[in-house]
Design a protein around this ligand. Structure first.
Ligand SMILES: Cc1ncc(COP(=O)(O)O)c(C=O)c1O
Length: 408
């Protein structure tokens, strides 16, 4: 009798889903495909020479430290630098309120490990970050989506959701939001909604998880203060990362929260990886201490703003009437909506055949919606690729329009 290997899997492993984006990224490594799918930074922004010089210096002078295990909380020098980095945004944390994580993705898993039991409720935006859904799902929770508009999560609908849960004697463990240039919509939460969100969290006795990797990548004006800067009660768990401002390969990110919560995250992290790599933390600490991190954001923003503008102009030229898209003021993504009834999932194989890839909207929806939407990334492809890729996409959408209309 052949063995059913799946019998060995835990209930959590059985509900895990593979990341559509990660799977798609493999596909788009094939030559000739222009990928708007991943959330990859432009490699031209990687500070190769600075990292090389810092790594050489560290290995020459303190190899005994940087090749050794380190504390689970993270390198103390790096945590001090992160305290300074957050202070410029009005987040006043002490070193003991900061935990270095292996990417923000680990931070999301720590949030899951520490707060979630099967059957718990979590509130997310519609749409929201796909890999957060993937993590929270693995803890077998029920996710409730609250729609957003151009100003972020709709607070009237959040209140309705919280009130409905309260009537059933339930409260969500936390509300997960990306307030700045959100992945995937590109929307930024307005000032008054941020205050309202914290008021509602207090009123209904829940926490807020603020996932904020894109704040620095601001093309116009400045976003309102982070939720963590407005929080007076220790209700916000703040996640940020150097993946988009330095490079993702170092996997340097962090969480800032009350000392109480950080202690619990540290305990959970001990069982995961003991500590983040000492070498990459030391590189990041030196990179910050030398001021590089502060000086480089302007050039990245300039590059990505141009790419966003190229994509917006190409969409205007190539897309048929009835297609709409967001105009993000920062970040890496914009969100495209095709006419109701069109299906970006069914269209994707045709798009890949035509040499262009995107991520389907449904992957970002906790409620199975978003089938007529797609997320486009503009940071990774060159401007010429953006123009050609949108031309290909426009062709497919136009071809698909009448066919879909017929099947409606
Ligand atoms: C909203 C959001 N959270 C978390 C992450 C994970 O980032 P990291 O590279 O720090 O793991 C990403 C990466 O794209 C993201 O978009």
């Amino acid at each position: 009798m052949p063995l059913d290997w799946q019998e060995f899997y835990s209930a959590s492993a059985r509900v895990m889903t593979r990341s559509l984006i990660r799977e798609l990224l493999k596909l788009t490594r094939r030559g000739g495909i222009i990928s708007f799918a991943g959330g990859l930074p432009d490699p031209a922004t990687f500070p190769v020479e600075e990292i090389k010089a810092i790594a050489t210096r560290l290995l020459d002078r303190e190899a005994n430290l940087v090749l050794q295990y380190g504390p689970t909380e993270g390198d103390a020098r790096l945590r001090d630098e992160l305290v300074k980095w957050m202070a410029k945004d009005g987040i006043h944390a002490s070193r003991d309120q900061v935990l270095v994580t292996l990417g923000s993705q680990q931070g999301l898993d720590l949030v899951g490990r520490v707060f979630l039991d099967p059957g718990d409720h979590v509130i997310v935006e519609l749409p929201t970050y796909m890999a957060a859904l993937q993590v929270f799902r693995s803890y077998r929770v029920e996710m409730l989506g609250v729609p957003q508009d151009g100003s972020g999560m709709r607070m009237d609908l959040l209140e309705e959701t919280l009130a409905r849960l309260a009537r059933d004697g339930r409260r969500p463990k936390f509300i997960y939001v990306g307030p700045d240039f959100q992945n995937p919509s590109g929307a930024t939460m307005s000032d008054d909604r941020r205050t309202r969100l914290l008021d509602l969290a207090q009123q209904y006795g829940t926490l807020v998880v603020e996932d904020n990797p894109y704040r620095e990548l601001c093309f116009e004006g400045a976003p309102p203060p982070p939720l963590a800067a407005l929080d007076r009660e220790g209700r916000v768990i703040y996640l940020s990362t150097f993946s988009k401002t330095l490079c993702p390969g170092l996997r340097i990110a962090w969480m800032a929260a009350s000392e109480e919560f950080i202690r619990q995250f540290v305990t959970a992290k001990q069982g995961m990886d003991l500590c983040c790599p000492a070498l990459t933390q030391a590189i990041a600490a030196e990179f910050c201490a030398a001021g590089h991190i502060y000086h480089r954001v302007g050039a990245i923003v300039e590059r990505y703003r141009r790419k966003r503008d190229t994509m917006l102009a190409a969409l205007s030229r190539e897309m048929p009437p009835g297609v709409t898209w967001t105009h993000p003021h920062g970040g890496l993504f914009l969100w495209v909506r095709l006419p109701e009834g069109m299906d970006t999932e069914r269209m994707l194989p045709l798009a890949v055949e035509e040499g262009v890839a995107y991520v389907v909207g449904s992957g970002f929806h906790a409620d199975g919606g978003g089938r007529n939407a797609m997320r486009l990334n503009f940071s990774f492809p060159s401007e010429a690729e953006i123009e050609e890729g949108v031309r290909r996409l426009g062709r497919i959408v136009k071809k698909h329009l009448p066919a879909t209309a017929r099947t409606k």
